[in-house]
Structure formats: C-alpha cells, structure tokens
Design a protein around this ligand. Structure first.
Ligand SMILES: [Zn+2]
Ligand SMILES: [Zn+2]
Length: 262
C-alpha cells in the first residue's frame, strides 16, 4: 500500500466519517502505508450547512475552532508517529461560489499546511453528492438535463482551479455520482468532454496533480474518479493515489488494485 492523500476522521468530520485521527493513522501504519495525509473539510459559510450539521448545531465559528484543533492534533500525531509513517497535513477545500475563495485563503494563510485538495461538491450552490434532492435541484437550475449540469460542474471546477490552483484536484468527475447513469462515457457529449480536456490541460499547466479516488467503488461504480477515459487524456498527472477514507474500515486491503490504476 503506497499512500493516501485524502481522508476524513470522525473526530473532526462528525456525521461524515468514523474513527479518531489517531486510529486512522494507526490503521494506515498497519496497512504499511508510507505516506498518509489527513485532509479534513474546511469550514463553510452557515448558509451552506448540511442537515446533519444543523442537527449537531455546527456553525461557522465552531467549525473554525474545530479546524484549528484538527491542525494541532495532526501536528501532534505527525511527531508521535515519526518515523513510522510520513504525515502530510492538508485540508479539502469547497468551491460553492466565488466568495468561497475568502475561506480557502483563510485556511491556507492561518495554518501551516503542506497542501490542500481542491474539490467541487456544489453546482449553483446546491450539493451534488450529498443526496438526490440536492443533485436534482442543481440539475433543474442547469436546465434540467444531466448533460447541462455536467457542463456547469466542469465550468465551476475551472473557476475553482483558476482561483486556487490546488496542488491536488479532488474526485475530478464526482458529478456522475447521482446522475442517471454514473457509468456512462463522457465522450459522446462533446461540450462536456471539451470542458474535461480543457480542465485537465489547465491542471497540467500549473503542475497540479489529479488524485485517483476510490470512494466511487464504495458507492457501486466500477471505476475510480476519474474514469479511465479521463485518466488516459493526461496520464502523467495521475501521480497521487488516494482512498478517500471516511474511517478505518474504508482502507482497501488490496493495494494491487490501486496500483493498477496508476
Ligand atoms: Zn470531497
Ligand atoms: Zn473528502
């Protein structure tokens, strides 16, 4: 098992993941990972709360405090487990609207991070991977079809890429998760495929990496993010293998399967 550059713990990502950060690092060591990168989500504005966060009473101020505690704990664990595993400390960004840039910059400037994963989980401010209702709300605004929404997703992704130049780009084609056919090829939709190639070229132009994200397999799809047809366009940027674990049970046992996609 080589390394993971994307993971969430139950300690700092309640409702979304299980296990403490320390438990996850111990599991990574047991699985013989050489590098492990915790990447908790950055705080979001209160208007973008998920229902589970509202239930937990999570507000921006609280999530900012928790974000600071996360970085402190990650640094403590990096020291504690050295030299058994290399801990690379990061966070996962959220691009919801141009104003998201303020919060992304705050996390970059306030904490001494090693890197961050740039992700898009929203289109037209609606969450596209949380539940079907959110996906459909975004699709309605896009014009009603998956094709239109996919186009808007990759436009939002380009805006995120241009504004933040993330060192690692998260789950590049996440938009297919709740679509009518998550396994379908993007290529017959030329307008969408053109945007995909455009974004890949942009990522390559500033030296970004695309992660290979296996959360899709957990959700019943046959290929990781990005699909193989996308990976083939720009193979050289696929250097960042990643499991998107949401707890230690999500660590795959079969490192060979991961390597076959590199
Ligand atoms: Zn994500
Ligand atoms: Zn994530």
């Amino acid at each position: 098992m080589p390394f993971s550059h994307h993971s969430h713990s139950g300690q700092f990502c309640p409702g979304h993941a299980s296990n403490t950060l320390e438990e996850m690092i111990r599991t990574a060591i047991a699985k013989r990972m050489e590098v492990f990168a915790p990447t908790e989500h950055m705080p979001r504005h209160d208007e973008d709360r998920y229902p589970e966060e509202i239930e937990l009473g999570l507000e921006y101020n609280k999530s900012e405090v928790s974000h600071g505690e996360y970085f402190e704990e990650a640094k403590r664990l990096r020291k504690k487990f050295q030299p058994r595993i290399k801990i690379v400390i990061g966070f996962e960004s959220d691009w919801i609207r141009p104003r998201s840039l303020d919060l992304i910059n705050l996390s970059i400037q306030r904490y001494n991070i090693d890197f961050f994963v740039g992700s898009v989980h929203h289109v037209h401010t609606k969450p596209i991977d949380f539940d079907q209702a959110g996906y459909e709300a975004a699709r309605d605004i896009a014009g009603g079809s998956d094709q239109q929404l996919f186009g808007d997703y990759f436009d939002a992704q380009l805006a995120m890429l241009q504004a933040t130049k993330p060192p690692v780009v998260g789950h590049f084609d996440l938009i297919r998760l709740k679509s009518e056919n998550p396994e379908r090829s993007f290529q017959p939709w030329q307008d969408v495929w053109g945007r995909i190639v455009r974004n890949l070229e942009y990522i390559a132009s500033y030296g970004g990496l695309l992660e290979v994200n296996f959360a899709s397999l957990r959700k019943g799809m046959s290929e990781p993010y990005p699909k193989d047809e996308i990976a083939k366009v720009r193979r050289f940027i696929l250097q960042c293998v990643y499991v998107d674990s949401n707890g230690e049970t999500d660590f795959p046992d079969d490192g060979g399967q991961i390597l076959s996609f590199r």
